[in-house]
Design a protein around this ligand. Structure first.
Ligand code: GLC
Length: 746
């Protein structure tokens, strides 16, 4: 009998199962805690430390590789988890070492950055968030987990739930945009998708809320940079999506690289022990980001790596990703009394609990089913979901003279460096996604939709560089067409980690190409593929239509074609503001009013909070997106005043006044006129995406109570205050308030 089954027999005899869902505040007597303790009590100090060690397999690297002796560590039981390893063959090889060749045979976790799909790649998370479709986002995370687990992965380092308001920051691509309320709902949906209802199922995996915390507020949008803010701002804007992930049962957290108010997140006891494990009673485990533990030395927070390890373990970090510090120094730190073995036990218990929840002690090979590997990956069902997600993520930003949708009888010229692209189209964090031909390019999408040879093509120029030798051919091609569709944007590597930009224009000679083509007089439709808001003022003044396609993923080409030809009526709405210039950043809709707000009627007024050369407003606001049809709103509220015991009902009758069915994201925004902390000028407080047939009307109701009016007061108390409020319901955030009400004391 193999060790592991002996161990699991011993453990299961000890404990009856009173299983509780992950993320609940499980008391110490939970079944999993007891199971973990029964293993913990068998472990040597070295074996305990081994569980806190995570190394990359070297198969794929997502940061500076520190040490590739992972197999040696594995054999010694000095490794509790491996990341960047997948396929059933490879992972079985590693799992067998852990289970068969070590004293206790404790199975490994296998982690990977399955951020927006595993083999079937969905739109980047920022793009997908523009669908405002929570069910869809849960579904794509579910599919990602099915595919990842079919290749031996049982833990993903996702969802990234960092609120981001600065488009210079490349990692804005990985999250859900600038709004805390929407980002919190999306965080919960993605956690549920990855983890499903039962972690012991072999197609559900541990999720990881990252990067805890406030990483998206890096100064100047420069990755890894300093973060400094009030606790009020931290709790108001940056923590809620993490709490939403925890409430959805997220199994793990990843601390961020940045320091927060002078303390690196990796050693931040306030974040980890006071809030996460204390106030929120988190019962999962915390992993560092890639060598973020080591980085406390260059942060100037630890004099050496050993001290960094002591700070981190004392602060509540349970697992060291790639740093090798817990492995090298924890034993000595404990012997010196600088770290308590009780804290190590708590860390190991949390890790073991998750391995029990995954069912790895019952069957460590449960995620290594070759049959699933063949059947559950890149199948038709998943590809159709990817096409649907990509369509629903796209945002129509401009459509002058209804140049879109294209009619089949008009000759189209496809021009631009991303027309035939099958590499960048899957975005920057595409894990095991194939960049060598699996993805559908726009060119291929057109071939399927209008037939080979029934449209024209010219590349025009590359994504970057100064070569304009292709312009002449592009111009000549444009002249032969009735309408030009230009597919332009960024290199996928221009967004994501370590990819901040101080200039967020479309790069290279693409703008010049657009100008040359536009000068032919033909209508020009821009299809953008990018991972962040870009500065598009010139393009918006020059071309006839703009479709924001983000990095749409494996089925991107079909999805773009579906939207351009109206097979799908675009319904996406921006979840990040698009600035006019990079100088406006950070830019977000729910800003404060200041004491000297701009008077819209007098934009050139002196001595108000504005720039001399650019309006404060975005080019395209949060919540904005056009459709091929139009919607009109009729809004009513049922009371003029409410007490804390009342509910205000806001009713929106939304009519599709156009000649085509479509979906609308009906959004409710609220403004607290006066509060003991300066209030934002507006806040999203509710939304519903509704399908409305042409000529029909849908009724959407929002219920507001005093609970929805709460904020963190001067002493951080979570409270509402009586006073005047105003609201509106519309299809984007840049609309006037239409109704008001009063909250009165009891
Ligand atoms: C990277 C990223 C993090 C990722 C981790 C593992 O540095 O910051 O998001 O999950 O390392 O690849």
């Amino acid at each position: 009998m193999k060790r592991i089954s002996a161990l699991s027999v011993l453990v299961s005899v000890l404990i009856s199962c009173s299983e509780k869902p992950v993320g609940q505040n499980n008391e110490k007597d939970s079944a999993y805690t007891q199971k973990a303790d029964s293993v913990l009590n068998l472990m040597t100090l070295e074996e305990k430390i081994g569980q806190t060690v995570l190394f990359t397999s070297g198969w794929d690297v997502t940061g500076p590789s520190m040490d590739d002796n992972y197999k040696e560590y594995l054999k010694k039981g000095s490794l509790g988890a491996v990341f960047n390893a997948f396929t059933t063959k490879y992972n079985r090889e590693l799992q067998e070492i852990a289970v068969e060749d070590t004293r206790l045979g404790i199975p490994l976790l296998f982690g990977y950055d399955v951020i927006h799909g595993h083999r079937t790649i969905f739109p980047i998370p920022l793009g997908e968030s523009a669908s405002w479709d929570l069910e869809l986002m849960e579904k794509t995370a579910r599919v990602a987990a099915i595919e990842a687990s079919a290749e031996g992965i049982n833990w993903t380092f996702a969802p990234m739930v960092d609120v981001a308001r600065d488009a210079r920051w490349g990692r804005i691509a990985e999250g859900a945009g600038e709004d805390t309320y929407l980002g919190s709902l999306i965080a919960g949906a993605r956690v549920k998708g990855f983890q499903g209802d039962d972690l012991s199922a072999n197609n559900t995996i541990l999720a990881c809320a990252k990067h805890y915390a406030a990483y998206g507020a890096a100064m100047a949008g420069r990755d890894y940079n300093t973060v400094d803010m009030s606790e009020n701002e931290l709790r108001t804007t940056y923590l809620p999506p993490f709490k939403a992930a925890l409430d959805a049962g997220v199994a793990t957290f990843m601390n961020s690289f940045n320091d927060l108010n002078g303390v690196p997140a990796t050693g931040n006891e306030f974040l980890l022990r006071d809030i996460l494990k204390g106030e929120w009673a988190f019962n999962g485990f915390v992993v560092t980001d890639y060598t973020s533990l080591n980085e406390m030395v260059p942060h100037g927070y630890a004099k050496d790596e050993k001290q960094a390890g002591e700070i981190a373990m004392n602060a509540g970090v349970d697992m060291d990703m790639q740093g090798g510090i817990y492995m090298k120094y924890l034993k000595k730190s404990i012997e010196e009394g600088k770290v308590s073995e009780a804290d190590l036990d708590d860390a190991v218990r949390r890790i073991l609990e998750m391995k029990f929840r995954l069912g790895l002690f019952d069957d460590p090979y449960r995620y290594l089913d070759e049959k699933r590997e063949k059947e559950d990956i890149l199948n038709d069902e998943h590809l159709e979901i990817a096409r649907d997600a990509a369509r629903k993520s796209m945002v129509l930003l401009k459509n002058k003279n209804k140049v879109l949708p294209l009619s089949p009888d008009r000759k189209v010229a496809l021009i631009g460096p991303l027309v035939k692209d099958e590499k960048n189209i899957i975005g920057n964090w595409a894990a095991a996604g194939d960049r060598g031909g699996t993805a559908v390019s726009v060119f291929e999408g057109f071939e399927e939709r209008v037939g080979k040879g029934n449209f024209l093509y010219a590349e025009g120029c590359k994504l970057t560089g100064d070569d304009i030798s292709g312009f002449a051919e592009a111009v000549a091609t444009a002249k032969k067409a009735d309408v030009v569709v230009m597919v332009v944007g960024e290199l996928e590597g221009m967004t994501g980690e370590a990819a901040s930009r101080t200039d967020i224009n479309i790069p290279g000679k693409q703008k010049a190409l657009i100008e040359a083509v536009k000068n032919t007089g033909k209508p020009v439709v821009l299809v953008l593929m990018n991972g962040r808001p870009l500065t598009l003022e010139w393009e918006n003044n020059t071309v006839d239509a703009i479709l924001e396609a983000w990095w749409p993923g494996t089925m991107g080409g079909h999805a773009v074609t579906d939207v351009l030809y109206g097979d799908y009526n675009p319904s996406g709405k921006l979840t990040v503001s698009f600035p006019r210039t990079v100088g406006q950043l950070p830019l977000f809709y729910n800003h404060k009013n200041t004491g000297r707000p701009v008077n819209p009627g007098d934009p050139d007024q002196k001595y108000v909070s504005r720039y001399l050369n650019t309006p404060n407003t975005p080019l395209f606001p949060f919540g904005y997106g056009l459709s091929y049809t139009d919607f009109s709103y009729e809004v009513a509220v049922d009371k003029e005043r409410i007490t804390p015991a009342d509910t205000l009902t806001v009713t929106a009758k939304v009519t599709n006044t156009g000649n085509r069915d479509g979906e609308e994201v009906v959004q409710l925004y609220l403004h607290d006129k006066v509060a003991s902390i300066t209030p934002p000028v507006k806040q999203l407080k509710g939304f519903e995406k509704v399908f409305i047939r042409k000529g029909e009307t849908a009724t959407v109701k929002f219920e507001l109570s005093a609970e929805d009016l709460k904020f963190y007061g001067p002493d951080l108390e979570w409270k509402y205050e009586p006073g005047e409020f105003e609201l509106f319901v519309a299809g984007n955030s840049d609309m006037p308030f239409t109704h008001s009400f009063e909250l009165v004391a009891e």
